[in-house]
Design a binder for this molecule. Sequence first.
Ligand code: URA
Length: 422
Amino acid sequence: FDAVDVIRAKRDGRTLTTKQIDWVIDAYTRGAVADEQMSALAMAIFLRGMDMEEIRAWTRAMIASGDRLDFSGLSRPTADKHSTGGVGDKITLPLAPLVSVFGVAVPQLSGRGLGHTGGTLDKLETIPGWKAALSREQLMERLEDPGAVVCAAGPGLAPADKKLYALRDITGTVDCIPLIASSIMSKKIAEGTSALVLDVKVGAGAFMKRSEDARRLAEVMVDLGRSAGVRTSALLTDMSAPLGRTVGNALEVREAVEVLAGGGPSDVVELTVALAQEMLEAAGQGGHDVHAALKDGRAMDAWRRMIRAQGGDPEAKLPVAREKHVVRAERSGVIREMDALCVGIASWRLGAGRSRKEDPVQAGAGIVIHKQVGDAIETGEPLLTLYTDEPERFPRALEILEGSVTYDGLGPSGRGTVILDR
Ligand code: URA
């Protein structure tokens, strides 16, 4: 095979053969196909697309580029959840312990935040003592007890994707359904879970702004999971406004703990319960009263054991940012829209996110949302509180928030459901 032939074939709109795909992914992983050649191929795929057979072959080849974990020796079934990324999406934190309460092990191999979306590991690392790195043996042990594990994915799973994702990030080829679907699913299938629930976000704060695109992405990912023998389902959920009332690492942990204590914002509770039911169903353990485990302390107990198993102190005080700035309503009305992307970028600019992989994040930085979509607000009432350790960050965060919240004078209506489809 020759890289130029493969690039030309896709450039001219032809279907790639499984042999071509296997070769190009393997050669790229080994360094025999150069970054500039893979960039050209990624752009050709971006422009010409891939059919389902090609996407399946591409995903299999990326899985074959690295290790595959095997959980079949565990005493209980496994279920995992993947969100395509959003603003204020702290669902993994209450969800993993909640699902473990019902005897299903949750191997949640997670990442760090990049850009305006937060990362689960960054959030948990604000808990004093908590460590993301686990060896394979430690992961297996902790899946038996306490049964829920959130840890770093490690370099061994789908290394082809690691290289390709970094390349796509700098060549304008990220937002392409075949490439996103194969990227996510190669990692999830290599991880070895037997059941997987996808939370596919749609709206301003998501990769997919339009529901047709989100639906297509969900369908492709579910197909990839099922063809690899993973029981896979997907929910389409609203990311036009931030999820819950906090955005930022330690602030989101605080909110997750509220949910585990039986309280918390209704949208976060709704989505946590719905995803837990889906995961249990997919793992063959459906029919439980999931809500009850949030109310009666079982989920909180599981959370404490999960945090302690990785060195964290669940009773320790979470870090708080040194400086705050309150944004007040300029007039009275009901909030109709709060642009999730603007809130995500503002939180990032306050120091909650990073722009390069190596950058540190601030534990306490972020935004508390006092009034959400559907809430009534009076002139002068607090709308948002911005937090950071570095007050010089306030102006640029405020700049992006300008015009991001719209109100009108009609009666309150509430946010409504965040689950748009299944
Ligand atoms: N997340 C991934 O892991 N890959 C993508 O391509 C997009 C989001």
